[in-house]
Ligand binder design. Structure first.
Ligand code: IVH
Length: 681
């Protein structure tokens, strides 16, 4: 094929693919089969490979992602990304309407009603019709440049569908993960031993901040656009502006309606409060906007939000169901969690069978009893909660619920510290779920990452008395594992048979073998020391460099580590002074695990800063977290407060005068952002 032919064919293919994408993602229609669509895309990919200079930034092949961004660039918003005032009753909406009418001096105002999508806000910038930036809300003034990630979302046009695009256009919308896709995606995460996301909103916001855009491409994300900031010359009202951008290729919700007055708005609320659970994605309210642009201008903005728009938040959905029983789970730290077993019931699009009851105080305050009809609500968390009891439906023979006093798993008497809400099983050493929980934590992804041991296999090893501590994993052999089996029933009653055939055993042994190379910081995290998360473990490893040094550290030396406060330091001291833990660490060391930090911290890009210590203070052109990340990426260390060990104070605008005086007194070099950027080149 000649270059000219390629140019022609590429532009034909782009037009066709964009047309089918728009039909599929924005209009829920399909003119060709998935297979034919894939063939068009493959042909385009092949042509772009043969003629790389013909690859355009708006090519639909860019939707599959591939670029990796380590640190997102900060971009200042052209117009601040504001929030909306919230209301919770129609009465409050009438007050909003009265304020609007008073300012405008009119009797009635036309409103547009939209759903309030529960996702993550995005600002999309187009220059001469091409998508050039996708920016998150950030702090409202500046946000992260996540362009490569949002390019993978097919309902966002990469090029505006018009031969005469405006020179500049900004469109705002919300990225959501539809509920069905969210549930499948979470199941996948659980199967891989990853933490599930609490709700579709968190999943959407986590997705668009991923470093690898090809991972984002695999996530089921969708974008609803709802606002065009700045002057829109093509329309005189909000409704028309959205209809205009719809023609340009943006996805606008079909549910948007115009009402002549605030009474119409009430109809919209009542309709969607009932119907929202039927929607495939989460909405947490509705947004009411003055339709006419002239009137919007007249109303203007407060410091935080437009005066011409307001949100009405739905009450969390509730259902009543019967509480069949209260059961107790024992966590890896021994904490007891009471769980309500419910008669299965439909709530906010999913079936609920269990709810969290938190602790003994909550059960007694609400006087919840097995057999009661309870009100269940879905909040932001993955597990729904019980918010009340319908006393009128309580059985007459019902009795107060007695909280347990002994561990349901090992029978030990439970303890409760005065300052804590939870009961604990003190049998740290022998209580089975605590032992299994510690080992499960040890093999987890962020820890030793022995994924060949996940999904119930620890249970098999425990039942066969092969493991009692994490160190026992390193004594496992082929002959001790081969032929073991167990039938496992999960909480949803699904029965699986686990049997250790030769392939499984070899995989387990390989996983254990490979874990010997896991860096020290993750070994430290894997021990499961209370309050020591992955980040703290990394900081401790960077600071002390070896297990030997860490074991010697005093309480006060521990406190010097960035982000280590009294609670963590106490927990570390108590963990390391326990002879049983010392014995386990000794065995892990003998097994060949990494007990020293390699020369540079594991994810250092370049060691330009060579272990120098920084205290970052004040306001910078990028976020403080980003600056701290850069310090670590270039081999430096962050400290939260200035001490004689600090090498540099990185001072932004408005650095506190006390910090400045202290740095000067200790003779510490104070540098600005530009100088720092020069240091790291
Ligand atoms: S309009 C200047 N419309 O809610 C007004 N916002 O609390 C811009 N949201 O940050 C916002 N659905 O992330 C608008 N139909 C909708 C919305 C919506 C969801 C989000 C948006 C905004 C937040 C305000």
């Amino acid at each position: 094929m000649t270059e000219n032919e390629a140019i022609q064919r590429i532009s034909q293919l782009i037009l066709q693919i964009n047309h089918h994408n728009d039909l599929y993602y924005n209009q829920s229609r399909q003119e060709i089969a998935d297979y034919q669509f894939d063939m068009l895309l493959k042909e385009l990919q092949a042509l772009e490979k043969s003629f790389p200079h013909l690859l355009h930034s708006d090519s639909p092949t860019q939707r599959v992602g591939g670029s990796v961004t380590k640190v997102f660039k900060q971009i200042k918003h052209q117009y601040p990304m504001m929030s909306l005032g919230n209301t919770y009753s129609f009465g409050e909406l009438q007050e909003f309407d009265a304020r609007v009418k008073k300012v405008l001096g009119v009797d009635e105002v036309e409103y547009v009603c939209e759903l309030k999508f529960d996702g993550v806000a995005i600002s999309l910038w187009y220059e001469n019709g091409l998508l050039i930036h996708g920016v998150t809300r950030g702090d409202g003034v500046q946000g992260d440049d996540v362009t490569m990630n949002i390019k993978t979302i097919r309902s966002i046009p990469l090029r505006l569908q018009t031969p005469n695009p405006p020179a500049n256009l900004e469109v705002r919308g919300e990225i959501v993960m539809p509920r069905g896709g969210f549930e499948k995606f979470n199941e996948l995460r659980i199967a891989r031993g990853e933490e599930p996301f609490a709700n579709p909103r968190n999943a959407a916001s986590g997705s668009i901040k991923m470093q690898d855009s090809s991972m984002v491409a695999k996530r089921p994300l969708q974008c609803f656009c709802y606002y065009v900031p700045g002057d829109v010359l093509e329309a005189t009202s909000h409704f028309d502006s959205l209809k205009w951008i719809e023609k340009l290729g943006f996805n606008i919700s079909e549910t948007m309606r115009v009402y002549a007055d605030i009474h119409g708005v009430n109809e919209f609320i009542e309709e969607w409060d009932k119907k929202r659970s039927e929607l495939p994605y989460d909405v947490d309210g509705i947004v009411v906007k003055v339709n006419n642009f002239h009137l919007q201008k007249e109303l203007g903005f407060t410091a935080k939000s437009p005066r011409w728009a307001i949100a009405y938040k739905f009450k969390a959905e509730q259902v009543q169901t019967r509480l069949n029983s209260i059961v107790f789970q024992v966590g890896r730290t021994g904490a007891i969690t009471p769980v309500a077993e419910l008669e299965p019931v439909q709530l906010a699009g999913t079936v609920v069978k269990r709810a969290s009851l938190h602790n003994a105080d909550i059960i007694s305050q609400m006087d919840i009893r097995p057999g009661d009809w309870v009100m269940v609500e879905k909040g932001g968390e993955i597990i729904p909660k019980i918010v009340g009891v319908d006393i009128s439906r309580r059985p007459i023979d019902s009795e107060h619920f007695q909280y347990i006093s002994t561990c349901p798993e090992c029978g030990s008497a439970l303890v409760r510290k005065e300052s804590e809400a939870n009961h604990y099983c003190p049998n740290f050493e022998y209580c089975p779920p605590q032992i299994k929980g510690r080992i499960e934590h040890f093999i987890g992804r962020k820890a030793m990452n022995i994924d060949s041991l996940g999904e119930g296999k620890i249970e098999v090893l425990y039942d066969n008395k092969l493991v009692r501590t994490m160190a026992d994993l390193y004594d496992l052999t082929y002959s001790s594992l081969i032929g073991l089996e167990k039938t496992i029933e999960n909480v949803d009653g699904i029965v699986r048979k686990l049997s250790f055939q030769s392939k499984t055993v070899n995989n387990i042994l390989k996983g254990i073998e490979e874990s010997r190379n896991v860096p020290f910081s993750r070994v430290l995290f894997a021990l499961g020391i209370r309050f020591v998360g992955a980040t703290t473990a990394q900081k401790l490893a960077n600071h002390f460099r070896s297990m030997q040094q860490l074991l010697k550290a005093t309480y006060h030396e521990l406190l010097e580590v960035d982000e280590v406060g009294e609670k963590i330091a106490e927990s570390l001291v108590s963990y390391f002074s326990n002879p049983d833990n010392q014995y386990i660490i000794g065995r892990l060391e003998l097994a060949g695990l990494q007990m020293e930090q390699l020369d540079a911290p594991s994810d250092v890009l370049d060691n330009k800063l060579n272990g120098k210590t920084f205290v970052v203070s004040g306001v910078f052109s990028r976020s403080r977290e980003e600056i701290q990340l850069l310090i670590e990426k270039f081999g430096g260390k962050n400290q939260s407060s200035i001490s004689s060990k600090t090498d540099f104070v990185l001072a932004g605008e408005n650095m506190g005068p006390a910090k400045k005086t202290k740095a000067e007194k200790l003779g510490i070099r104070i540098i600005g952002e530009d100088e720092f950027l020069e240091l790291i080149g």
